[in-house]
Design a protein around this ligand. Structure first.
Ligand code: PLP
Length: 383
């Protein structure tokens, strides 16, 4: 146990061997397309720097992030690979992005002009950009009918800007049969056709995890994989496809207090859980401030202790929660026992996807939600 575990009996284990295996499996699946690892949002809560380094060692060709600060963090940690920022950023952060050799996403002429202005001021002569086309996500991107004008502006009127890629993003790839997928694919292909031979010399990409797995003909130059690299399915329709990927993050804690509750006594705020019979209640020092959602209790949340499942009992508080460990006499649970919230213990397993299903959300939100107070411990466990 590390020193910080002694200080805090709650932590996340991030298995870099599992992550590297997932990247390698995805690479094999999509070859000869490249894999670019999506490490935004602190690598979906897993820790940006260790994950980014592991991705590159495992064969990823580039990284994708959402924010300028995420580029800075990776560059400061010595990451040299291309880092694509997936959206345009506030103009104020352009100097920082240029100084840290980001690959920019652009979708407006004004933004390109601003980029040129800052690049000239800083004496940066080769600024790599990818143009993002909005083929139907309706979040960010240039409208297909404005693409040729933007390409012309980048290529002919923007010194120091080097067009390296063109891409789009699917809104419904996790539902592979959704009709909007075909419409997006058609619009993307049509947009590329407008550019003629130019597109042959560029990196063309459209796939997130779900599309990379289910739309082989869309893999093109590279795929941008996030959730699958963390060993989680993009959604229920891809569960089978992701069977061989291994979840990377486990969330663990230790029992901090054990006591007996009498029949009729209430547990936690509001006494919304009332003991039906005398039972042993274990307190675990992790709460909603750490990303264990308050309503996980009412949605049937369980934990693993000693290889067995026990139900969370009562409302989850900010820093602690309680678990019903069953009748006195049968209960072996003791202070210091390991508690698994997400991960394996013995033959039992609870996944981020289980939480997502219980909570009516997606696994992405579960791992991204694991709070900053939870130390990430990096391990290499080969199965
Ligand atoms: C533009 C873009 N590409 C790729 C991804 C990765 O998606 P996934 O985690 O489903 O693989 C994301 C994530 O949201 C994204 O916003």
């Amino acid at each position: 146990m590390s020193e910080s575990n002694v200080k805090r009996w709650a932590w996340a284990e991030v298995n870099l061997a599992a992550y590297a295996n997932n990247i390698q499996s995805l690479k094999t699946l999509v070859a000869p397309s490249e894999v670019w690892a999506v490490v935004k949002a602190n690598a979906y809560g897993h820790g940006a720097v260790p994950i980014a380094k592991s991705a590159l060692t495992a064969g990823a060709s580039g990284l994708c992030v959402a924010l300028s600060g995420e580029v800075v963090e990776l560059r400061n940690a010595g990451v040299k690979a291309p880092i694509l920022v997936l959206s345009q950023q506030p103009y104020e952060s352009l100097p920082i992005l240029l100084q840290h050799a980001a690959t920019h996403t652009v979708y407006s002429i004004e933004y390109v002009d601003e980029l040129v202005k800052h690049a000239v001021a800083l004496g940066v002569s080769q600024v790599p950009v990818h143009i993002k086309i909005d083929t139907g996500m309706h979040r960010v991107g240039v409208a297909p009918q404005l693409l040729t004008e933007l390409v012309h502006h980048v290529q002919e009127l923007s010194p120091c800007i080097s067009l390296e890629g063109i891409y789009t993003h699917f809104a419904n790839a996790d539902e592979p049969e959704h009709p909007a997928n075909n419409e997006q694919r058609r619009l993307f292909a049509e947009s590329l056709n407008q550019l003629g031979h130019l597109s042959e010399s560029l990196k063309i990409h459209s796939c997130n995890s779900a599309a990379a797995i289910r739309f082989p003909q869309e893999r093109r130059s590279l795929v941008r994989v996030g959730i699958s690299s963390y060993g989680l399915s993009p959604g229920p329709e891809l569960t089978d496809d992701c069977r061989d990927l291994e979840p990377v993050m486990s969330l663990k804690a230790r029992v901090s207090h054990v006591h007996v509750v009498q029949p009729g006594q209430g547990v936690s705020y509001g006494h919304r859980a009332i003991a039906e019979e005398e039972c042993v209640v274990a307190t675990i020092p992790i709460g909603y401030a750490d990303g264990v959602p308050r309503k996980l209790w009412s949605e049937g949340g369980e934990v693993l202790i000693g290889g067995r499942r026990f139900p969370i009992m009562g409302v989850i508080t900010m820093d602690q929660l309680m678990v019903n460990c069953g009748p006195v006499g049968h209960c072996q649970v003791a202070v210091g026992d390991e508690v698994v919230f997400i991960g394996k213990q013995g033959s039992e397993v609870i996944t981020a996807t289980d939480w997502a299903q219980a909570l009516g959300t997606i696994a992405y939100e579960v791992t991204c939600g694991i709070g900053a107070r939870i130390e990430r411990q990096y391990v290499e466990v080969h199965h």
